[in-house]
Design a protein around this ligand. Structure first.
Ligand SMILES: [Zn+2]
Length: 362
């Protein structure tokens, strides 16, 4: 299953004539930064200093911690509440495909941290079915919901409860690859506001596109997120918007070894490892996502793994092994697709049609 033309340093697929001639991907060619040379101690104290400036700003909570039930976000809740003693507010959001172990971890973690938990359960099961069908027919991708729905809801809860800071749990590779996990707390209020505003406008437009055949669902979303609606309408002051930071860019790297994470989290909240590989699998749609993205070129796990190789966190052989567990078209993938099709009430061959129709789209 592993493609032939991969970078000889990492595992990215080679595409350009230059890459093919050199046998090495553009990222590896230009990558000069050595992960191990970063001044992590300085980053650690920078994190603590900045966090301090978000304390006691008038609201009841210093920060929002979105929890997925995976190791990184659970660690963030632990670190903020136990180590930094911040007043955290936990947040979780159901996407209809969350694994049971992940929900259990969330419940245990908020109990251990003694934080309130705000759970967004946006739709009824029947509405989720309609929503995923709309999503698949519009975008040909099952996972955009989390991108499209989670962020408006996070804006909403922060504006409603006057929470000045959102701290994401992402590992450092996710944090630096995915714009949604980018830290912006180092920017000034106006610069941050401009970024947020553009982001919110894009989200609003995408939501409208997703739900063009399901206006009721869009209305329901906006009725549950009135502050996000006000934000899109230009009615929110720049200073009221939360800042975002990903702890992956500061701390999680230290616990990059799975064992260290799990040991620490077991002591904290009797954490249960989730999923079937060492990668992020809190949601049972993960394999379907990899499958869909695999048809459009390198999937997100490939990007993450290649980054980890460059930063000498793992070697190329174990990355290839991990990739094979993702890419194997075995029972588990079939089960995931079947589960998706059953829940959403579409036939697997219809899924194939969606994928073919949207192949090449981003
Ligand atoms: Zn490479």
């Amino acid at each position: 299953m592993i493609a032939e033309q991969r970078c000889t340093n990492c595992i990215r697929t080679l595409a350009t004539p230059r890459e093919l001639a050199q046998g090495i991907c553009a990222d590896c060619e230009k990558s000069t930064a050595n992960f191990n040379d970063r001044d992590w101690r300085a980053l650690e104290s920078e994190f603590a200093d900045r966090l301090l400036s978000y304390r006691d700003r008038g609201g009841r909570y210093d920060c929002l911690v979105p929890l997925s039930g995976g190791k990184d976000s659970t660690y963030v809740l632990y670190y903020l509440t136990r180590v930094q003693k911040a007043r955290g507010y936990a947040y979780s959001y159901s996407n209809f495909f969350q694994r049971e172990e992940a929900d259990t971890n969330i419940r245990k973690a908020v109990r251990a941290a003694a934080t309130p938990l705000f759970v967004v359960d946006l739709f009824t099961p029947a509405e989720w079915q309609r929503a995923y069908r709309a999503l698949m027919s519009t975008w040909g991708h099952p996972c955009l919901f989390c991108y499209h729905l989670r962020t408006p809801l996070i804006y909403n809860v922060c504006l409603e409860h006057k929470i000045p800071l959102v701290v994401y749990g992402a590992d450092h590779t996710q944090a630096e690859l995915l714009p949604m996990f980018s830290s912006n707390w180092q920017l000034g209020v106006d610069e941050r506001f401009a970024i947020h505003q553009a982001h919110a406008a894009t989200l609003a437009k995408d939501l409208e596109t997703s739900f063009q055949g399901e206006p009721e669902l869009l209305e329901k979303l906006y009725s549950r997120a009135p502050y996000f609606k006000s934000f899109v309408a230009g009615e929110i002051a720049p200073a009221d918007l939360p800042a975002f930071v990903s702890l992956g860019q500061y701390h999680n790297w230290r616990l990059a070894g799975e064992d260290r994470f799990i040991r620490l989290l077991k002591d904290f909240c009797d954490y249960v490892p989730v999923g079937h590989t060492k990668e992020n699998t809190n949601c049972s749609l993960e394999r379907l996502r990899v499958y869909v993205e695999g048809r459009r070129g390198d999937s997100y796990p490939v990007q993450v793994l290649s980054r980890k190789i460059r930063e000498r966190e793992i070697d190329r052989d174990s990355a290839l092994q991990t990739l094979e567990t993702y890419q194997v078209a075995g029972d588990e993938l079939d089960r995931t697709i079947q589960e998706f099709c059953d829940k959403v009430e579409i036939a697997p061959h219809t899924l194939e049609q969606y994928l073919a129709k949207h192949a090449g789209a981003s």
